[in-house]
Design a protein around this ligand. Structure first.
Ligand code: CP3
Length: 322
């Protein structure tokens, strides 16, 4: 999950050095520093590349801006909109590969560097809605009305994502994660077609080139569909959101793949005994199998950094596995 960001004063100072957020992400000096900041302060076992899932639409030629209330894109229109996207502008993301090289060089050898991209469905929601959405009616209506036309958009994003993640791996990423933040808004048939299928395709194409590089999937909000996601996509590890039941994930997911999660970011914000109790419960459930401790979603901007220090200290203590 996001571990850099506005909750850190050193991040806010760094951010002030760039004009826009896209410029910030595409500046290897600033972006590599933003990646290393939380690792330096808290000593995490892994760094996540500082970038954004919306760099892919940007590289495809869509106008992308980050305002006070989140991202704003010029929406891709149902049908003809795909023709406005370019397949040739992908060198625009070369600075991200330079960021990866700098991060890898700046991290201790034992600290993993995780590269990432948005999963095609989630990226498509931003491209079609033009930003955040309450009901996702434009993107869902397109997928229902014209599945072949919408599939062309998804395929374009699949190709771009494979190229982008391959570039990150070649530059030194040790693992890659696919963020499907809006996987939880689809029916089962939609989930199969727009979440499972593109994820399976990306994982297979990456495995062909880089058989030993783990692929982590995060289908946020997928609920009971987590089980099919894990069984059918070919990913190596699954990020679970805060709402996923520990017993369910241990019994139905952890036997197949590593589980990553799932402390509530609000429990981290509250800190103290509340956080300690949640952490103890999570480690108790998952500590006996393949497990990566993480949050269920990104660190909230209002989180006191001292709470993250306390969390890191807590996790350095040995686990009691029942
Ligand atoms: O710790 C890190 O280095 C993580 C880097 C990272 C960012 N975005 C940087 C960022 C990662 C992994 C992302 C993923 C991302 N971006 C997702 C998937 C994960 C999730 O949170 O669901 C999504 C949906 C986006 C799109 C996006 N980017 C939104 C909706 C926003 C605005 C919301 C917000 O928190 O402001 C962003 C901006 C953004 N991307 C910020 C950061 C640190 C905040 C902007 C800032 O602090 O200047």
């Amino acid at each position: 999950m996001r571990q850099a960001g506005r909750y850190l004063p050193e991040y806010r100072a760094l951010r002030a050095q760039a004009s826009g957020f896209v410029e910030f992400c595409l500046n290897p000096v600033l972006a590599s520093e933003a990646t290393l900041q939380p690792v330096r302060r808290f000593g995490m076992d892994a760094a996540i590349l500082f970038a954004d899932i919306l760099l892919v639409p940007y590289a495809l030629g869509q106008k992308v801006e980050f305002g006070e209330d989140g991202p704003i894109l010029e929406p891709i229109m149902e049908g003809a909109g795909i023709a406005t996207l370019s397949r040739s502008g992908f060198s625009g993301l070369d600075p991200v590969y330079e960021t990866v090289r700098r991060c890898r060089a700046g991290l201790p050898v034992e600290t993993a560097l995780i590269g990432f991209a948005g999963a095609p469905w989630t990226v498509a929601t931003y491209m079609v809605e033009g930003g955040a959405s309450r009901d996702f009616r434009r993107v869902k209506a397109w997928a229902y009305r014209d599945p072949l036309g919408f599939a062309a958009l998804i395929e374009l994003i699949v190709d771009a994502t494979v190229a982008y993640l391959s570039g990150q791996i070649r530059a030194g990423a040790d693992a890659v994660q696919l963020f499907d933040s809006w996987a939880g808004i689809l029916s089962e048939a939609g989930f199969e077609r727009w979440v499972i299928e593109p994820t399976r395709c990306i994982a297979a194409r990456l495995k062909q080139q880089f058989p030993t590089v783990p692929v982590i999937g995060f289908p946020r909000g997928a609920g009971l569909f987590y089980e099919r996601y894990v069984a059918e996509t070919g990913i190596d590890a699954v990020g679970i959101d805060t709402v996923v039941s520990g017993a369910f994930a241990r019994e139905r997911l952890q036997g197949r793949v590593a589980v990553q999660g799932n402390l509530d970011p609000v429990a981290l914000l509250v800190g103290g005994a509340v956080m300690e109790q949640e952490v103890r419960a999570i480690r108790g459930v998952f500590g006996g199998g393949p497990f990566i401790f993480n949050l269920g979603h990104g660190v909230l901007p209002q989180t006191p950094p001292e709470n993250v220090t306390a969390l890191a200290r807590l996790l350095a203590e040995p686990v009691d596995i029942p």
